[in-house]
Write a protein of this length. Structure first.
Ligand SMILES: *Cc1c(COP(=O)(O)O)cnc(C)c1O
Length: 247
């Protein structure tokens, strides 16, 4: 099993992952200092999609326990072989027919953007006799290419999902536009932070807004300055992804 997965995600690193990791952690610390925030309030999620378990193990050995994946099958395969104390984060667009494979196994689903999907998560959570923590994904810049509910519809979606008693909404997630200058995303991060404050003030039953999942390799320090509590960093830790032999 281990061998299969290593062969499947074959690309190898020619650098020390732990050096990358420590650099990212230092950058997070510096951003926390600038924003007068506690380092412990920001969780680094190592986004390991397309990378072999060998590479995940390398940073597991450095103490990382939060891993993010965007494909159900890949996540499940890696779960099988990696240590059981890892918290797995589903960060990619989730099809309803795949929900059954991950409910009860993921620590947080970041990418819930419709009531339809939430209802399937509820159904599977009942079946597995568990509850499921989720974030509502907001398409903060209104980009056509991106999943996520619109800023305008976010509150009513949260209110609807809140009625599903096997789901707990923990906060919001966004994928900001791909930009050269991370400063260009600062306003979007401010907007979603404000949205989460607005939702929190409504005191909706079964909803907390403690988690704000935003910021990727290109912009995580700006995201932290604007209130991110989870940053999702892939390239900055594992290097560029190679999709050339993706199936
Ligand atoms: C791939 C991915 C990331 C990580 O992107 P990097 O730019 O490599 O850090 C973060 N969030 C989501 C939703 C992703 O799909």
């Amino acid at each position: 099993m281990v061998i299969n997965i290593i062969e499947k995600y074959t690309e190898r690193a020619d650098f020390m992952l732990k050096d990358n990791l420590h650099q990212v952690q230092q950058n997070i610390k510096a951003a926390c200092d600038r924003a007068h925030r506690n380092y412990s309030d920001v969780t680094l999620i190592a986004v390991s999609k397309t990378k072999p378990v060998e590479m995940l193990s390398e940073i597991y050995d450095e103490g990382i326990r939060e891993f993010g994946e965007n494909k159900v099958q890949e996540m499940c395969e890696k779960m099988e072989v990696m240590p059981k104390d890892i918290h797995w984060h589903m960060i990619g667009h989730l099809q309803t027919n795949k929900v059954k494979y991950i409910v009860g196994k993921t620590s947080l689903i970041h990418s819930v953007d419709s009531l339809h999907l939430a209802k399937e998560i509820q159904k599977q959570a009942i079946k597995h006799d568990c509850s499921c923590d989720i974030l509502v994904e907001v398409n903060i810049a209104g980009e056509e290419s991106k999943f996520g509910t619109s800023q305008d519809e976010a509150i009513s979606l949260v209110e609807e999902i809140a009625k599903l008693d096997h789901i707990h909404i923990k906060g919001l997630m966004t994928i900001a536009p791909f930009v050269d200058d991370p400063e260009d995303n600062r306003q979007y991060f401010r907007d979603i932070k404000q949205l989460s404050v607005d939702i929190a003030q409504k005191n909706i039953d079964n909803v907390s807004m403690n988690v704000l999942s935003m910021g990727m390799t290109g912009d995580y320090t700006v995201a932290i300055e604007e209130g991110a509590t989870m940053v999702r960093v892939g390239t900055g830790i594992f290097g560029e992804r190679d999709y050339s032999n993706a199936n």
